[in-house]
Design a protein around this ligand. Structure first.
Ligand code: NAP
Length: 310
């Protein structure tokens, strides 16, 4: 079967991939952006975005994705909707095999496959996502002014975000499945000293219920005791999972549960392979960072390509 070659392949069309696509198209790099679904990535799951610069009135995640894609298309973004099933980084050029058996090769590859929030997997969670169920306090806290919200988790994200939520919500209840937090001690101390945060220990959320939005949680403690908690919203902050299923993790020296380490210029451990956005091993996962990293990755890849050709 014929292999189609491009100087640059971008894998994934979330904000990092779309930004990379914009920069690649404007730089007139022979490129292809491959995405298996609709362009936008995690922002398609975000109801409303108020923290992306340049949009003073905010906009929906869907709208932002559309605008990012349209902007890149204006400069000639080249895309393919397809499912990549394997990647070979051992050979030059690097090759990608699609589900239909076709093969693409490239001199440089930018990985923008993103991440996903770990889900609780309880009834009501999917139904109420964006209607009271959130995975990002930085994004959604302002919607809960003077309301009561629950936070699930005991790590740094959950405990720090619970504190952040108290700037808006009148009451924050942190629900943790054990009797001790995993978060850094200083983060814990601040949370314990915050009189707007209360704690429910040794308990799991078993269901999220309501009519049009979240109204109450069903809980079960480790002794099997069931209870109900009335809340206006629930923030599920129990970790992030990388979308790395098709990546050669050993070669890329993946760390911390499968995220890809890079240097400041987005270079991975494999020459000519770059990573941008939430798949990178990093602490801050915001749309604006992902977009910035997509741009950095293309400019670094362009430099790599120029050196290859000189
Ligand atoms: P994390 O540290 O992995 O913590 C996840 C928490 O969720 C744990 O408390 C875990 O409980 C709980 N959990 C996991 N699965 C669950 C389930 N199915 N039901 C209920 N609870 C569940 O994740 P994170 O807080 O997102 O942090 C990720 C990494 O980023 C960590 O290395 C963290 O230190 C770092 N981070 C750092 C900062 C900072 O330095 N300022 C801020 C945010 C995050 P158990 O404790 O029982 O396992």
């Amino acid at each position: 079967m014929k292999t189609t070659h491009h100087d640059l392949i971008i894998l994934g069309a979330g904000p990092a991939g779309l930004s990379a696509g914009l920069y690649a198209a404007r730089a007139r790099i022979d490129h292809l952006l491959i995405e298996k679904g609709a362009a936008g990535g995690q922002i398609l799951l975000t109801d409303w975005i108020d923290n992306y610069p340049g949009f003073p009135d905010g906009l929906s995640g869907f709208e932002l994705a559309e605008k990012m894609e349209a902007q890149a298309r204006r400069f000639g973004l080249n895309t393919l909707t397809a499912n990549v099933i394997s990647i070979n980084l051992l050979q030059t050029p690097k090759t990608l095999t699609l589900e239909d058996g076709s093969e693409f090769s490239c001199n440089t590859l930018i990985l923008c496959t993103g991440a996903r929030a770990r889900r609780l997997g309880v009834p009501g969670e999917i139904e109420f996502t964006g209607k009271g169920v959130s995975y990002c306090a930085t994004c959604d806290a302002p919607f809960y002014r003077d309301m009561h919200v629950a936070v699930v988790g005991g790590g740094n994200s959950a405990v720090q975000e619970a504190a952040h939520l108290t700037k808006f919500a009148s009451r924050v209840t942190l629900i943790h499945r054990r009797d001790a937090l995993r978060a850094t001690k200083i983060v814990q101390e601040r949370a314990f000293a915050n009189d707007r945060i209360d704690f429910i220990w040794n308990s799991q959320v078993t269901a999220i219920e309501g009519e049009k939005g979240v109204e109450r949680l069903r809980l079960r403690d480790t002794a099997g005791q069931e209870s109900t908690l009335a809340v206006d919203g629930i923030f599920i902050l129990i970790g992030v999972l990388p979308n790395n299923e098709i990546l050669p993790l050993q070669l890329l020296k993946a760390e911390d549960g499968g995220f890809i380490p890079t240097d400041n210029e987005t270079c991975t451990a494999v020459p000519g392979v770059f990573a941008a956005g939430d798949i990178r091993n990093k602490r801050v996962r915001q749309i604006v960072n992902a977009a910035g990293e997509g741009a950095t990755a293309v400019l670094t890849a362009e430099h790599y390509l120029n050196n290859l050709n000189s």
